[in-house]
Design a protein around this ligand. Structure first.
Ligand code: GLY
Ligand code: MN
Ligand code: MN
Length: 432
C-alpha cells in the first residue's frame, strides 16, 4: 500500500525539480464508453495516480512550487448525495484536502475561471504534451487569455513536456512500490500455476483464461493488460487475445498474463504442453528459449547497459538456431544482419511498473542507459516458427515465450515471479 506521505514526497520532489517559475498541470484519465451507456471499468492515468493516489475521473492536479502557500491544488468533483447514490462515494473537496494532502481544492467546474490567474508569475507550464489533446488546448487557451489581458507581458512563455522529469522518477521503485509489485507478482504467479494445473486434453483457452481471472479477482485485482492464452500456432500471433479456441491435444499453450495490485503490474509468460509432456522437438526449442532467458537474466545487474540482456538473449537464440539447423551461417554475421528476426521479432523486455510497458528512457544521449538498483524489467525471450517450406516439419507452428519480472538489486538479479515452474521438468511435474 502506498501511503499519502509517499504521494506527497513525489509531488515535492517534482516541484523541486520543476523550479519556482513553473506550474505543473496533470489531468485524471477520462471515463471511456464501451457501448451504449455502459463504461469500461475505470482505470486512473498512471502519471496522475503516481502523484496523487486519487482514483476518480474529472480531476486536475495543479502544482505551483513558487508560491508561499497553497502550492498543491486539486480540482475535482464535489460531493453529491444524489449522484453518489448511483455511482458510489466521491472524495469531494474536503477529502482532497484531508486525505490526499492537498493545500486546497476547488470544484472541477471552476477550472477555466481560476486557472489563468494561477498562471500569473509563472514562466513555464509543465504538462504531458500530446497525451490529452483537449487539455493541451485548454492550457493554451488559458495562457492566451492571460497574455491577451496583459498585452503579452505577463504569463508563461514556455510550454514544457513533463515527461522527462516525472518518468525518471517513476523508473526507480521505492520500497513500498516494490511491495506492491511483489504482491502483483505473487498473485499472477499463483494464477499462472493454476492455469498449468488446470490444463489437460479437452480443455480450451477459455478454461485457462477463467483460472487466471478467478485468481486475480479473488484478490480484488484486475488484469494488468489483455491476457494472451494461445493454444498451438495461435502463439505465432504475438498479440493473440481471442482466447476462445480448443487446445490442441499434442500442442503447446502459451500464456502471457499478469494482474495489477494497487496499480502496479506483473507480466508473466509460460509455455507448456497441453498433454503435460513435452514432445522431443517441443522440449528442444523450449530449452533453447530457457537458456536464452537465463543468459539474459544474468545481465540484469547494476551498471550493465539495458541493451545487454537483449543482446545476450539474441546471441544464445541465434547460436541455438544454427545448431538446430533453422539458421545457417556465421554466428556474428547472423546477429549483425538480424537474420534471427525471422524467428524472434520482438525485444527481450521492458521497464515494468504502473504501466506494464512502463515509462522511462531506454537511451540517454544516444547510448543504452545503464541499469540501476530498484529498476524492474521483464526478461522475455521467445521463438516463433512458421510453416514455410524450408522449415522441417517437426518445428512448424511452435511458438514459445518465457517471461519473468526481474528487479535490479545491488548485485544478483532478483526474480519476482520465480515461484512459477520454469524448467521443463518442473512444468511436467506440476501438471502431473
Ligand atoms: N504482455 C506484454 C508484454 O509481454 O510485453
Ligand atoms: Mn507479457
Ligand atoms: Mn512483457
Amino acid at each position: 500500500m502506498i501511503r499519502a506521505e509517499e504521494f506527497a514526497r513525489r509531488r515535492l520532489r517534482l516541484m523541486e525539480e520543476a523550479g519556482e517559475q513553473a506550474m505543473v498541470v496533470l489531468a485524471a484519465a477520462p471515463e471511456a464508453i464501451r457501448n451504449g451507456d455502459s463504461h469500461y471499468p475505470y482505470r486512473q492515468d498512471s502519471d496522475f495516480f503516481y502523484l496523487t493516489g486519487f482514483a476518480e475521473p474529472d480531476a486536475v492536479l495543479v502544482l505551483l512550487p513558487g508560491r508561499e502557500k497553497a502550492q498543491q491544488l486539486m480540482f475535482c468533483r464535489e460531493r453529491n448525495p444524489e449522484r453518489e447514490r448511483w455511482d458510489g462515494p466521491r472524495l469531494g473537496l474536503e477529502g482532497a484536502r484531508e486525505q490526499l494532502g492537498m493545500d486546497d481544492a476547488f470544484p472541477i467546474e471552476d477550472l477555466d475561471e481560476i486557472l489563468p490567474g494561477l498562471m500569473e508569475g509563472c514562466e513555464r507550464i509543465y504538462h504531458l504534451v500530446g497525451k490529452d489533446l483537449q487539455l493541451d488546448q485548454r492550457i493554451i487557451g488559458w495562457r492566451n487569455r492571460l497574455r491577451a489581458a496583459h498585452k503579452g507581458e505577463r504569463g508563461p512563455g514556455e510550454l514544457v513536456s513533463l515527461e522527462h522529469l516525472l518518468h525518471e522518477q517513476r523508473l526507480i521503485k521505492s520500497r513500498d512500490e516494490l511491495r506492491c509489485m511483489n504482491k502483483a507478482a505473487r498473485i499472477s504467479a499463483t494464477a499462472m500455476t493454476r492455469a498449468m494445473r488446470r490444463c489437460q486434453a479437452g480443455a480450451s483457452e477459455a478454461d485457462l483464461m477463467a483460472e487466471l481471472l478467478h485468481e486475480y479477482h479473488r484478490h480484488s485485482c484486475q488484469p494488468a493488460y489483455q491476457p494472451i492464452v494461445a493454444g498451438g500456432d495461435n502463439a505465432l500471433v504475438l498479440h493473440y487475445i481471442a482466447n476462445n479456441r480448443a487446445l490442441p491435444d499434442d500442442g503447446l499453450v502459451l500464456i502471457d498474463a499478469g494482474c495489477e495490485f494497487q496499480g502496479y503490474a506483473a507480466d508473466i509468460s509460460r509455455t507448456f504442453p497441453v498433454s503435460g509432456r513435452f514432445s522431443p522437438a517441443q522440449r528442444e526449442l523450449y530449452d533453447l528459449v530457457l537458456a536464452a532467458q537465463n543468459a539474459a537474466i544474468d545481465q540484469v545487474r547494476p551498471g550493465r547497459p539495458f541493451e545487454a540482456y537483449h543482446e545476450a538473449a539474441v546471441r544464445t537464440l541465434t547460436a541455438g538456431l544454427i545448431e538446430l539447423g533453422l539458421l545457417s551461417g556465421d554466428l556474428d554475421q547472423l546477429i549483425e544482419n538480424q537474420t534471427y528476426r525471422r524467428f524472434y521479432m520482438h525485444k527481450t523486455g521492458h521497464w515494468l511498473g504502473l504501466d506494464v510497458h512502463d515509462v522511462g528512457d531506454y537511451r540517454l544521449e544516444g547510448q543504452s542507459r545503464v541499469l540501476e538498483k530498484n529498476m524492474v524489467v521483464t526478461v522475455e525471450p521467445g521463438l516463433y516458427i512458421g510453416y514455410e517450406d524450408d522449415i522441417p516439419e517437426q518445428w512448424r507452428g511452435i511458438g514459445i515465450r518465457i517471461e519473468d519480472d526481474i528487479r535490479v538489486t545491488g548485485d544478483e538479479p532478483e526474480n519476482l515471479t520465480r515461484s512459477v515452474p520454469r524448467l521443463a521438468d518442473e512444468i511436467e511435474a506440476v501438471m502431473r
